[in-house]
Design a protein around this ligand. Structure first.
Ligand code: C2O
Ligand code: CU
Length: 480
């Protein structure tokens, strides 16, 4: 049992014919049933056990609050949030609130934001999320191993007036590598994997369980929050017989649109909010297929329509647009350019050959070797004090960031503390007014995006395939 299940149960069905305006007045604003209990909550982290399916052996995991995934926090936009991390692991940890524009001291990057939280110690996180949306939290220390062992959970920031939907679901997708004994396989530091696609597992779960069916009702409109919490696996989801509409990416609203090729592409750490109109037939079943890796397509889960009850059609067939967040719009005419070139990996320009700074200039005090570099420089491990920023910006300054993937591999590049307006991919404008905090680059892709330098601090920019981050695909930029 996990929070999302509980949340599902708590979200009683309601009538379809409630307009957005009357919604607040009736008090029927959909999400947020657990809000009161979230204030100042304690979040323990430690060893636990879980079964990914009833017929699977008990598995040793790491868990927030003893559950897989950890508790889903619900916060209201613009209201203070507080959580005390209590570290029951036998190693240090921190929490990064991925995608939420928090002050640097709350960003969870060890040594840069805060000291590591040692075993037995605690740390108070407190911030007021400026943006509504789908976000998540995870460790930022030894994160390849800690996330792979189970440390991940959603934090959802509700709009003051959420759009009218019949139901809301959050699917936190995790990827596990299970060994023949039924336990999580070790080898988190495999250099060979780090030079290639990272750690891709052999079992995929939704909300900590190998999915069976998701029961839906003909005619309902579901807001589905998709979250890829894998450390290496990329997802490309197709909804058989349905036409999901993307309304937000990485928590930030976009123009509602059907995804290219009908596939929702989510690299590690990426999120999408979709509106799913249940247009299927009562009693029928429709597969949701992940076909990202050629030849390795599998059914992630199945939409299973309740029989008999035809329900009504969605109240309004028009697309539902979410209210924009208060993100500053970058001024492209005055923006300062920053070019970030990703280099290295297998089948790159020879493993690390000819890249100045690799190895020798990797930041001191880090015992990870480099497989990758950004602009010829490798920052490895979890980061450390004294890393030289790749650039320094004044708060409020607009920045155009050009991400150049000179490697043969995919990379979801995460910008801490900022959401960037997506401009072009390989010279072609990116439609639908998209923003992102994690930008997925295919091999050889060049993506231009822009943001306004936000709160002061040293902000990380790194690949969210943790094996890549640990071996050099990481840098920081400074805002003063
Ligand atoms: Cu979600 Cu630096 O990470
Ligand atoms: Cu990468």
């Amino acid at each position: 049992m996990n929070d999302t299940r509980a949340e599902r149960a708590a979200l009683s069905r309601r009538g379809f014919i409630i307009g957005a305006g009357t919604l607040a007045a009736t008090g029927l604003v959909l999400p947020g049933r657990a809000r009161a209990t979230d204030a100042g909550r304690q979040l323990s982290v430690g060893a636990s056990t879980a079964r990914l399916a009833p017929d699977r052996p008990e598995m040793e995991v790491l868990a927030y609050g003893g559950t897989l995934p950890g508790p889903t926090f619900r916060v209201r936009q613009g209201e203070p949030f507080k959580a005390t991390l209590v570290n029951g692991l036998n190693e240090p940890t921190t929490i990064h609130w991925h995608g939420i524009r928090v002050p640097i001291g709350m960003d969870g990057v060890p040594w840069i934001s805060q000291p590591p939280v040692a075993q037995g110690e605690s740390f108070d996180y407190a911030f007021t999320p400026p943006d509504a949306g789908t976000f998540w939290y995870h460790p930022h220390l030894n994160s390849g191993e800690q996330i792979s062992r189970g440390l991940a959970a959603a934090i959802i920031v509700d709009e003051p007036e959420p759009p009218p939907v019949d139901r809301e679901l959050t699917w936190l997708v995790s990827d596990w590598r299970i060994d023949p004994s039924g336990q999580i396989a070790t080898g988190f530091d495999s250099m060979m994997e780090a030079m290639m696609s990272g750690r891709v597992g052999n079992v995929v779960t939704i909300n900590g369980t190998i999915p069976s069916d998701e029961t839906v009702r003909a005619g309902e409109r579901v807001r589905l929050r998709l979250l890829n919490a894998a450390v290496g696996r990329i997802l490309a989801l197709r909804f058989e017989g349905h036409r999901p509409v993307v309304v937000a990416i990485d928590g930030q609203p976009c123009d509602p649109h059907e995804p290219t090729d009908g596939r929702i592409l989510l690299g590690p750490a990426m999120r999408a909010d979709i509106m799913l109109d249940c247009i299927g037939e009562p009693g029928a079943r429709y597969a949701i297929v992940d076909d990202f890796y050629p030849g390795l397509a599998y059914t992630l889960t199945t939409l299973s329509y309740a029989a008999g009850d035809a329900g009504s059609r969605p109240a309004s067939p028009e697309l539902i647009r979410l209210q924009a967040n208060p993100l500053p719009e970058p001024d492209l005419d005055k923006a300062t350019p920053l070019r970030v070139e990703l280099q290295g990996g297998m089948m790159g320009a020879g493993p690390l050959a000819g890249l100045g700074g690799l190895g020798g200039d990797a930041s001191p005090g880090m015992n990870h070797s480099a497989a990758w570099a950004i602009n010829g420089m490798s920052m490895t491990g979890d980061g450390s004090m004294g890393m030289d920023p790749i650039a320094t910006f004044q708060a409020g300054q607009s920045v155009t960031l050009t991400l150049v993937n000179s490697t043969a591999w995919w990379h979801p590049m995460h910008i801490h503390g900022h959401s960037a307006r997506m401009l072009t991919r390989n010279g072609v404008p990116i439609p639908n007014r998209q923003w992102a905090d994690t930008v997925l680059l295919a091999p050889r892709d060049v993506v231009e995006c822009a943001f306004v330098a936000g709160l002061p601090g040293d902000w990380m920019l790194h690949c969210h395939i943790t094996g890549h981050q640990m071996t050099g695909l990481m840098t920081i930029f400074r805002v003063v």
